[in-house]
Design a protein around this ligand. Sequence first.
Ligand code: PXL
Length: 267
Amino acid sequence: MFKALTIAGSDTSGGAGLEADLKTFQEFSVYGMAAITVIVAQNPKTGWAHDVYPVDLKTIEAQIDTVLGGIGVDALKTGMLPSEEIIRLVARKLKEYGAKNIVIDPVMVCKGTDEVVNPVAADAIKTELLPLATITTPNIFEAAQLSGVRPLDTVDKVKEAAKIIHSLGAQNVLIKGGRKLGTAEAVDVFYDGKDFELFQTPIIDTTYTHGAGCTTAAAITANLAKGLSVRDAVFEAKMFITAAIARGFKLNEYVGAVRHSALRDRD
Ligand code: PXL
């Protein structure tokens, strides 16, 4: 059984965060484990505002020791890491255990809110985590924060940002442009340090996309765990997230989530 770990936040509403990661690992028949960094609760009384409750450093360290010290994994991903101290801890533990197949999802904002999780976090992600990344998967906002290229509104500028993020230490970079680049199709730009590949899919007209970023990174992680090349892991993840977005569904009046089970659902 291939095994994967997510070091991420809990999205209580279930579409994103470690909930998305574990559901996605399951869809790829990969055994999933989780180290919780933060709990995000959405407040129904304040228009679904995201309240963020970080987990203390000792508890995060104990969880990582459980999995990396006591079990071992074929791949892992990081998600929401809500402070500089937590980012530093995670980087230290990944180095301590010599972790391989590392997917860094540089989560800075949640869909539906423009709140930056933590402004200092962008710098710590750059210096601490990108050098460890087999691949990093920023969206446009995150890629702009990491690369300094602004505004990031054309495919050429996204390519420039990918080169900069690669030069910060990430071996491979996937910038998820989606529908934000004014292109006829949704475009994600993949860069392996040598060549660019554009992954293009028809734009799906929906706002039910909560969890799309986490799910994409988790699908890449699962496929790396199974031994696929980074490029093929990204390709498979793109197929998976496209189906999951196409079959997204409404959770409540505020938000709709991607459907992790889309590829096997018949209803
Ligand atoms: O989608 C980004 C994200 C990541 N991780 C957690 C979240 C969210 C957005 O809500 O709650 C835990």
